[in-house]
Design a protein around this ligand. Structure first.
Ligand code: TXA
Ligand code: MG
Length: 342
């Protein structure tokens, strides 16, 4: 594995060219996007794409996001392009939005897990864009972590998780959005948010010119028939167990911290307000959804590295602006199930 550092705003042309070469030859390159680091391969090369699944230990039923430079390149991989795609692309691309659309045959089945749809995104990060330009092919890139583990927001997270499984890691500093893109399915009737991110549902609805937008229940319950494949409950999870608390259970959480510390556990916490003396590693999180999202994964990586067995997490408000952060916290707090493949 090679590890090369670039200026996030003005990446070195020679390093970018090298990344493009590796991708065109069927190799794997980890690179920063504005959301999280991606593990990229040529999306049109089935062999290269299969190496992503192998490196991550990811099951092949979990489809990948195809990254392109602009909306016209997105139309080259999507078979249909509804009015809503135009409006959302206009409002949020380049940026942390992924659209699911009917796919064209040139996208290999392995990239979309055999689905008739493709997820496509136009990233805004200058390093991601420079690499896309140099590679001159669409790049399939999931988050550059091992399957079900924490997503990387720094190149060192990628190096720790994937190391020699990648041909090249391009370090462009910490990512700025911090959680994965908002995924909106436009392949059926209407628009459905499959994965909340930092773009709130009301902003998506406003761009489409609708009053409201449907939000899928990733757990498969509720009234939403569609769900995002590969959206396992326990995703984005640190090694430590996560316990969520809110205002009503705050005292109980403080008591838990004392109990865990007394039995010798290292106790971390992600807090909006202090929880008391018993927390070994308190992390004070920003009371703003965008700033919280930016800090979230790095905070969890840090608490894991400090050897915390448990992390007490203060649940943020149940508003649309916090939906992406709440989704990641709720998933991280799911207990490991017997058929969890980690
Ligand atoms: O911010 C991001 O989206 C990052 C960066 C690297 O771009 N990528 C990312 O990829 O989060 P990944 O593979 O970790 O998550 C992709 C998710 C899949 O698990 C699935 O839930 C959804 O996107 N997805 C992909 N293709 C889909 C499809 N055809 N239909 C429905 N959902 C799809
Ligand atoms: Mg992921």
């Amino acid at each position: 594995m090679r590890y090369l550092t670039v200026d996030p705003e003005r990446p070195d042309a020679e390093i970018v060219r090298r990344a493009g070469d590796v991708l065109r030859r069927g190799g794997l390159v980890a690179f920063p996007t504005e959301t999280v680091y991606g593990l990229g391969a040529n999306a049109l090369d089935a062999n290269a794409v299969s190496r992503i699944f192998a490196a991550k230990g990811r099951p092949t039923y979990d489809p990948l996001i195809v990254h392109v430079l602009n909306a016209s390149a997105a139309r080259a991989v999507a078979r249909e392009w509804p009015e809503a795609a135009d409006r959302l692309a206009e409002a949020f691309w380049p940026g942390p939005l992924t659209l699911v659309l009917p796919k064209r045959a040139l996208v290999p089945d392995i990239a979309t897990a055999g689905l008739d749809t493709v997820a496509v995104r136009v990233p805004s990060h200058p390093v991601a864009r420079a690499i896309l330009e140099a590679a001159n092919v669409p790049i399939a890139a999931p988050s550059a972590n091992r399957f079900t583990e924490l997503s990387p927001t720094k190149a060192e997270h990628v190096a720790r998780a994937l190391g020699d499984r990648v041909d090249l890691i391009v370090d462009g500093g910490p990512t700025t959005v911090g959680i994965e893109s908002t995924v909106v399915d436009l392949s059926g009737d209407g628009a459905v948010v499959l994965r909340p991110g930092t773009i709130p549902a009301p902003a998506l609805a406003a761009a489409i010119g609708a009053l409201d937008i449907a939000v899928a229940d990733a757990r498969g319950g509720g009234t939403m028939p569609r769900r995002a494949p590969g959206m396992l409950d326990r995703h984005y999870a640190p090694r430590a167990r996560i316990e969520l608390f809110d205002d009503a259970s705050r005292r109980e959480a403080a008591r838990s911290a004392a109990t865990y510390t007394a039995r010798g556990e290292t106790v971390g916490a992600l807090l909006l307000a202090p929880l008391g003396e018993a927390v070994t590693h308190p992390m004070h999180m920003p009371n703003d959804p965008a700033a919280y999202a930016r800090a979230l994964y790095d905070a969890l990586h840090t608490l894991d590295a400090s050897g915390c067995q448990v992390v007490l997490v203060e649940a943020p408000p149940e508003t649309a602006a916090w939906a992406g952060v709440r989704d990641r916290l709720t998933r991280a707090a799911q207990p490991v199930t017997p058929n969890d493949t980690r």
